[in-house]
Design a protein around this ligand. Structure first.
Ligand SMILES: Cc1cc2nc3c(=O)[nH]c(=O)nc-3n(C[C@H](O)[C@H](O)[C@H](O)COP(=O)(O)OP(=O)(O)OC[C@H]3O[C@@H](n4cnc5c(N)ncnc54)[C@H](O)[C@@H]3O)c2cc1C
Length: 496
């Protein structure tokens, strides 16, 4: 028997959740199909949340080890099994899943567990894990099926020493050495994490520099600090083959180098989850990386089928996926949507030191002949000293101070410089502990600088506290939520 809905959403990550919540609150009947056994998507189960929870645990462990108070408690420097740290990440994931289940229940959105595949332009068949199938009919569809790590055919990912960013979370033991192939955001974040754990890290970059979308100053600082922490970085290298041996895995590079380690983490590229969904038969256009082509309203080549989030490619951020989902659902519900994703999306990069970034780089402004200024922010040293980090992470995170006694923090301009016609002082990346929270403060302020973002609001990096508060505000409808008090001036759902 076919179930009929106004909208069927495929995938329950941020993109699918954003679409489903907006649609149900606009009065549409909605079902969400999810092939994993829990809601939340890759974001909750193998991407943003577990990697950040793990990172938090690793940072806490490092702080514990660096604090003289705890020295007597430390019997030895033996590595802590990764599995133990991952268990602490699991509890964060469980709480996230419970919260997200609540969103669907409270907003009367049916969640259907199984794999969705189009059998007709307006019908998807959902095959449940046990083999049973069900057909869902809808007027409109939103595909929010996410992405997965790109896996070249000549790499044996079934071997226990070779993993990607999904399967690294299944490592039981902390390796002594790891080679990370690919030095994008995920590669750099894991390099920092493993290094903090005391693992010897080889970071193999296929490009000339790390994270070339950032300012040169920040790239140089990141390279400096990773190397200073003991990470070996090799630029401009390309894999020839990967050879598992008895006591390790050897990465053979085209340059003739061979890098041996206990484990190899493949972090080089991602592929959109668009295969096996019957899209070819319908004529929905995808590219060679599995990314679905959409117009500026997130419609595919079939106007009633929308696609959002990682499956359409950049910016491939949880925050962007969520908003794209909402915009697509608005278009379905209202027939039009004026909201657009902000071009300047704040990014938080959770390396050590942390990096946050918003807008154009100094390199781009210079190429465009736009005058600009760099404003240092004085972060008083005593605060860092007081929490035992002055000689370690905080101090390392600071560039040579321009103003003696203060680490340089180029994110915010000094008061009184806000009226420069071209130079948005906040368009500078910054780095250091908790910088993503500073960026949050800054993007809240942007509209007051005459730089309001289109779509009636700022785009927010994730995960930050305020981002979660905002998502909670968007999906909550129950009185229980209204009773909670927030220090931030949130509008309640009935005010939307
Ligand atoms: C290691 C890592 C760290 C990251 N860190 C950050 C970060 O710090 N900040 C940030 O903003 N972003 C981060 N990201 C990116 C972020 O996780 C993604 O941008 C976000 O999850 C994309 O959301 P989505 O809804 O498009 O897809 P997903 O969250 O991947 O969800 C897609 C869902 O669709 C389901 N699905 C797929 N195909 C089908 C089908 N045929 N039928 C039914 N269900 C299906 C999948 O099971 C999955 O649950 C990170 C990613 C990784 C891998």
């Amino acid at each position: 028997m076919e179930q009929h809905y106004d909208m069927v959403v495929i995938g329950s990550g941020p993109g699918g959740e954003g679409a489903a919540m907006k649609a149900t609150k606009s009065g549409l009947s909605v079902a969400v199909v999810e092939r994993y056994h829990d809601v939340g998507g890759g974001c909750t189960h193998w991407g943003t949340i577990p990697s950040k929870a793990l990172r938090h645990t690793v940072s806490q462990l490092a702080e514990f080890r660096n604090n003289p108070l705890f020295l007597p408690l430390l019997m030895n420097d033996d590595p802590i099994p990764l599995a133990g740290m991952l268990r602490s990440a699991e509890s964060v994931v469980r709480r996230q899943v419970a919260m997200r289940h609540g969103f669907y229940e409270r907003n009367r959105v049916r969640v259907v567990h199984g794999t969705a595949r189009f059998v007709e332009p307006n019908v998807v068949e959902v095959e449940a894990p046990g083999g049973a199938s069900e057909r869902l009919h809808a007027r409109d569809f939103v595909i929010a099926s996410g992405s997965r790590p790109y896996r070249p055919a000549n790499v044996d990912f079934a071997h226990f020493r070779i993993c990607d960013s999904d399967t690294v979370l299944r490592l039981k033991e902390t390796p002594s050495t790891i080679t990370i192939y690919g030095a994008g955001v995920i590669g750099c974040e894991y390099a920092s994490m493993f290094r903090t754990l005391g693992v010897k890290v080889n970071l193999i970059n296929t490009r000339e520099k790390l994270l070339s979308f950032l300012d040169d100053e920040i790239i140089d600082a990141l390279s400096y600090h990773l190397r200073d922490q003991g990470c070996v970085i090799r630029h401009n290298e390309e894999m020839e083959r990967i050879e598992p041996v008895e006591d390790g895995v050897v990465l053979h590079l085209k340059s003739g180098k061979r890098v041996k380690s206990d484990v190899l983490l493949w972090a080089n590229g991602r592929t959109g989850n668009s295969q096996g969904m019957g899209l070819e038969a319908l004529g929905v256009v995808t590219d060679d990386r599995g990314q679905i082509k959409v117009n500026d309203q997130y419609q595919t080549s079939l106007p009633h089928i929308y696609a959002v989030g990682d499956v359409i490619g950049q910016p491939a951020l949880a925050s962007a996926a969520y908003d794209q989902g909402r915009f697509a659902a608005t278009h379905v519900a209202c027939g039009s949507c004026d909201n657009r994703l902000a071009q300047d999306i704040p990014a938080g990069i959770y390396t050590t030191p942390e990096i946050s970034s918003l807008g154009r780089t100094e390199r781009e402004l210079t190429a465009e002949k736009v005058p600009y200024e760099v404003g240092p922010l004085a972060v008083p040293q005593p605060r860092a000293r007081a929490d035992h980090r002055a000689d370690r992470r905080d101090a390392q995170a600071a560039l040579p101070p321009r103003d003696p006694g203060h680490p340089r923090h180029p994110l915010l301009r000094p008061p009184g410089e806000r009226d420069h016609p071209h130079r948005p002082g906040g368009d500078e990346p910054a780095r250091g502990p908790q910088h993503h929270q500073l960026l949050r403060q800054h993007d809240v302020q942007l509209p007051h600088h005459g730089r309001g973002l289109p779509g009636g609001g700022a785009q927010r990096a994730q995960p930050t506290l305020l981002r979660f508060a905002r998502e909670g505000q968007k999906v909550a409808t129950a009185p229980r939520w209204k009773a909670q008090s927030w220090s931030a001036p949130l509008r309640m759902p009935h005010q939307e």
